[in-house]
Ligand binder design. Structure first.
Ligand code: XMP
Length: 508
């Protein structure tokens, strides 16, 4: 077992997942309970996660220094590396600039081979998300890796089996991240074994749902996306007809969406799916609201109101939601982690709600959810659907929402979807954003003052990190020409070239 000490990184749970995928158990604890937990679970290794604080600030989370004297191998990641160096006599400084995204890690050949770096080549990409850096290593430590901006990107005290890295091996964009974690497990005398999601794994989830719901009735917020589809099907397999699924048409959906969903679901499910038209309620409630967090809360509240009403009719006690792990961590934070966005299905829920929540996918990431869906036999059409946020187009229109803006965005997005048909399968998401910025243009011989549409195309493995897709210029050109020609309100199209972090995938 590995003890994972959580300093509040957005990716702490991703570390847990990677270690779990490598066949070892993980217990997460807060730094203040670390020593107590070590005594309790007797871990073979300890990982110190990243976190948003600065080690030299007063009140920043820390651990009892004695943890480094126990003889248990320790790996510090990002803040974890900085904290270990700070506590053991090194020096941590504010970096010249904050660094987010990819950096090339050069390995230092200093006459020693680190067990941590077996099989890792020189010049791999490490994913960074930090402001501070280790400026001086503690006594006994050797530097094994650097980047252009970081003098001590990989450090180790091989004798004490203490390792530190500034980048995030748990993030899929870090090359050889899994191999680095495998090496650490070997140092901990654990045998890494890459495991998968199979039939037995899925049956266990269904059995757990059956246990917790018993004979109660549940309703499901089905959006047609992969998360809610998989969640609904899991619950359906567990409780059968005691589940009723609703699809709420909020008026914030993409072109033709409700019709397509209706078709797909009535064909592939034998489940009872009811479609509720609530367009008016949503648009009225959103009138004049500009703040993204407020939009999410308002939308979340209406969703829940509608569901509560339906639940009452049916006598349901539970509401099934397709919440997945990144929604949880970004919406709720943890003790030391910050809230990034309130996804409507998590942080945006009203605090007083008369339905108990069932969220069978709460501990999983999108790619794992897809694997579960595959095991359940869901068609590729659903499994490979790109994610679409619960608040819908409302968070892709910057500023207040109107029917006119929705109409413009829907038309532009339809063109993006059509033109990207060929490449979509390889991308996490492609979509259009109504930026709310009006600019000057020229149409015919006349001055035009029109809207700006942004295109977002993202490559990612899970929702925690991403990079913008290097789309061919010809494709972007075609999309741009079609949008400005076919959607008269628009006279400018821009392409978003920002990675996550620091940007999020959605603009709001
Ligand atoms: P961000 O923008 O947070 O998006 O980088 C990560 C993934 O989550 C989706 N997303 C949401 N999904 N409710 C949802 O159900 C939300 O409020 C929400 N906000 C973002 C987003 O589309 C992306 O795939």
């Amino acid at each position: 077992m590995i003890l994972l000490i959580d300093f509040g990184s957005q990716t702490t749970h991703l570390i847990l997942r990677r270690i779990r995928e490598l066949g070892s158990e993980v217990v997460i604890t807060l730094p203040e309970y670390a020593m107590q937990k070590v005594k309790e679970v007797k871990p073979k290794g300890i990982i110190l996660s990243g976190g948003p604080a600065a080690v030299f600030e007063e009140g920043s989370p820390t651990v009892d220094k004695k943890i480094f004297e126990l003889g248990i191998p320790i790996l510090g990641i990002c803040y974890g590396e900085q904290l270990m160096c700070h506590l053991l006599g090194g020096e941590v400084k504010l970096g010249l600039k904050k660094e987010f995204g990819p950096a090339t890690v050069s390995l230092k050949s200093n006459g020693q081979v680190s067990k941590f770096l077996v099989g890792i080549p020189d010049g791999f990409i490490g994913w960074m998300s930090h402001g501070d850096l280790v400026a001086k290593t503690p006594p006994g430590f050797v530097t094994y890796g650097t980047t252009q901006t970081i003098p001590h990107a990989i450090v180790a005290d091989e004798k004490r089996k203490i390792y530190g890295i500034q980048f995030h091996p748990e993030v899929i964009h870090t090359e050889f991240g899994t191999e680095l974690l495998e090496n650490f497990l070997r140092i901990c005398e654990l045998i890494p074994k890459r495991s998968g999601i199979d039939k037995e794994f899925v049956e266990n989830i269904i059995a757990d749902i059956k246990d917790s719901l018993g004979n109660e009735k549940a309703i499901c917020a089905l959006s047609g996306g992969v998360d809610s589809s998989v969640a609904a099907l899991l619950v359906y397999k567990a409780i059968g007809k005691n589940l009723t699924s609703f699809y709420i048409d909020s008026g914030l959906m993409r072109d033709n969406e409700t019709e397509v969903l209706q078709k797909v679901f009535s064909k592939h499910y034998q489940m009872d799916i009811q479609i509720i038209n609530a367009k008016k309620a949503f648009l009225n409630a959103l009138k004049g609201i500009v703040d993204p967090e407020e939009k999410r809360k308002v939308i979340g509240k209406i969703f829940i109101d509608v569901f509560e009403r339906q639940a009452k009719k049916i006598g349901a006690k539970f509401l099934v939601q397709g919440t997945i792990y990144p929604d949880v961590i970004e919406s709720k934070g943890t003790k030391h982690a910050q809230v990034i966005k309130s996804h409507h299905n998590v942080g945006g829920l009203p605090s007083k709600m008369n339905l108990a929540l069932t969220e069978p996918l709460r501990n999983f990431y999108k790619d794992e959810v897809r694997k579960i869906g595959k095991v359940l036999g869901l068609p590729d059409q659903i499994i490979n659907r790109q994610p679409f946020p619960g608040p819908g187009l409302a968070i892709r229109i910057i500023g207040n929402i109107t029917e006119e803006k929705l109409d413009v965005l829907r038309k532009a997005d339809k063109i993006v979807q059509e033109e990207m048909k060929e490449v979509k399968g390889k991308l996490w998401q492609v979509f259009a954003v109504f930026t709310g910025i009006k600019t000057t243009g020229v149409r015919g011989d006349n001055r035009a003052y029109g809207e700006t549409i942004a295109i977002r195309a993202i490559e990612a493995q899970d929702a925690m990190s991403a990079n913008f897709a290097r789309l061919p210029y010809d494709l972007l050109d075609k999309i741009s020409i079609r949008i400005v020609n076919e959607v008269p309100a628009v006279n400018r199209v821009v392409y978003d070239i920002t990675n996550k972090p620091p940007a999020t995938m959605e603009w709001e």
